[in-house]
Design a protein around this ligand. Structure first.
Ligand code: 5AD
Ligand code: SF4
Length: 459
């Protein structure tokens, strides 16, 4: 079998795609790079907003046309698959295999079946399943929990991924060991709300460490960098900030979604905190890590959001001074409380506010990145950048960074970089040698500058 997988959505979905893909490989499948080469196409879907759902519809439309011309099995997995909305789409586009986020290990059974296979049950065995580490990669994801116990009124995830279930520390550390043996240098611990690790349905699980202690354990494993995402502000307790500060491998990067700066909107979102409480969390984080890099998620145009509420969001943005933000227009999702009870705002109001927020975010990212010019940052280089002669990677604070290739530096791995230039989205610098001096750059041949241009660049 030749399989091609397409992933939409978050890092949890990337992890799940890798999990299912490695199952397919263990059954003897070849993984191919395009739909045209494949006889099995599997789409990992996201249901959090309308846009990724529309995208899946359009891809499934194309695949249905292909199915009329050649033998092709089409599958759909992930969050949308779990919803009635997704199942209707699957029926309409003649999807053969449907796997909800809890049924991923049914993939083998699904492919053996000669008829349509729909797996929508949450299966406990998924938590104990340890996928092989990603081959040849320095970064890996590691799921430490699935599902979510919060009930934010806009969010479909509690419906698609169910209540929170933490993975056992043994399974987590075993998976981490495999990743380390495979050469992984940066691991990102994943969950809908990682800070609530070990406390499922409000009850602490016997034998499970707190998230702060899990960070310490993972930090002692020998991995060079530890990151984690996502955190609910209510579960971001002081011991987590302390564990971050005292564990050198844990990066001083905090992604703490605020969603809104207005108390009235936060209440209607059922976020369980106020603007003041959120700012206290930020102050606490900064007390433990004065140089923490801060990122957030913000929803613009939640039902009933007034101009005054939105002004509160802008002022909160200034009060925190985030390094970066993911900003979304509110999307009414069938099945969520806010869809049922609240009236959506006009599209123009929402997009106009988003533009203003993006402008604010750019100013701050510009300012924050400019402050880094002249500093030395630890960069994990991934390999060649878009532009030839350059390498790309990211800092401990997740800033995308580009450096010229240098004599004596490998193309991938952790290096020290002096930042020389910054834009709101990118930092540029030079790799430093042992003595803290920039390593000499490798000569760059471009078609304009030299007759020695490599055939690759000419192609
Ligand atoms: N509309 C817009 N954005 C949403 N998010 C979650 N649900 C919605 C929705 N209905 C955003 C939140 C969350 C991120 C993953 O997606 O900001 O933190
Ligand atoms: Fe990830 Fe949420 Fe989208 Fe599911 S709905 S893929 S959990 S972002």
């Amino acid at each position: 079998m030749k399989a091609h997988l397409i992933t939409y959505g978050c890092q949890m979905n990337e992890y799940d795609t890798h999990l299912v893909q490695s199952q397919l490989v263990s059954f003897g499948a070849d993984i191919v790079d395009s739909v045209d080469e494949a006889d099995f196409v599997l789409i990992n879907t996201c249901a959090v907003r309308g846009k990724p759902v529309d995208k899946v519809r359009s891809v499934l439309g194309d695949l249905r046309k292909q199915k009329q011309k050649r033998p092709l099995v089409v599958g759909m997995m992930g969050c949308l698959a779990q919803l009635e909305e997704g199942q209707q789409i699957a029926r309409k586009f003649e999807v053969d295999v449907l796997l909800g986020p809890g049924s991923l290990l049914d993939i083998g059974q699904a492919l053996e079946s000669n008829e349509r296979f729909w797996g929508l049950q949450f299966k406990d065995e998924l938590h104990g399943h340890i996928p092989p580490p990603p081959a040849g990669r320095l970064q890996a994801h590691l799921t430490i929990m699935r599902g979510c116990d919060h009930h934010c009124t806009y969010c479909i995830v509690p419906t698609t991924r169910g209540p929170q279930v933490s993975r056992s520390p043994d399974d987590i550390l075993r998976e981490l060991d495999l990743q380390l043996a495979a050469g992984v240098q940066e691991v990102t611990l994943l969950g809908q709300n990682v800070n609530a690790y070990g406390v499922d349905g409000g009850a602490r699980l016997a034998g499970y460490p707190s998230f702060a202690d899990l960070l310490r354990l993972v930090g002692q494993s020998g991995v060079r960098r530890v990151k984690f995402t996502t955190s609910h502000p209510m579960n971001f307790t002081e011991d987590v900030a302390a564990a971050m500060a005292e564990t050198p491998a844990v990066c001083e990067f905090v992604h703490l979604p605020v969603q809104s700066g207005s108390n009235r909107v936060l209440r209607r979102m059922a976020r369980e905190y106020t603007r003041e409480k959120y700012l206290e969390h930020i102050a606490q984080i900064r007390r433990h890590m004065p140089h923490a890099v801060l990122a957030t998620d913000i929803i613009v145009g939640f039902p009933g959001e007034t101009e005054e509420d939105f002004a509160d969001t802008l002022s909160l943005y200034d009060a925190v001074g985030y390094d970066s933000a993911y900003m979304f227009i509110y999307s009414a999702r069938p099945g969520t409380p806010s869809y049922k009870h609240f009236q959506d705002l006009p599209r123009e109001v929402k997009t106009e506010r988003l533009q203003r927020l993006i402008a604010r975010q750019k100013e701050w990212s510009n300012r924050k990145n400019a402050e880094k010019v002249g500093t030395v940052q630890e960069v994990l280089l991934r390999g060649d950048a878009h532009e030839s002669g350059f390498l790309e990677g990211h800092t401990r604070g997740n800033h995308p960074t580009v450096v010229p290739k240098a004599v004596g530096a490998d193309g991938a791995g952790i290096v020290q970089v002096r930042i020389e230039h910054a834009t709101p989205h990118m930092m540029y610098g030079r790799i430093l040698g042992e003595g803290g001096q920039p390593l000499p750059e490798l000569p760059r041949f471009t078609p304009e500058s030299s007759a020695l241009s490599s055939p690759l660049q000419m192609a």
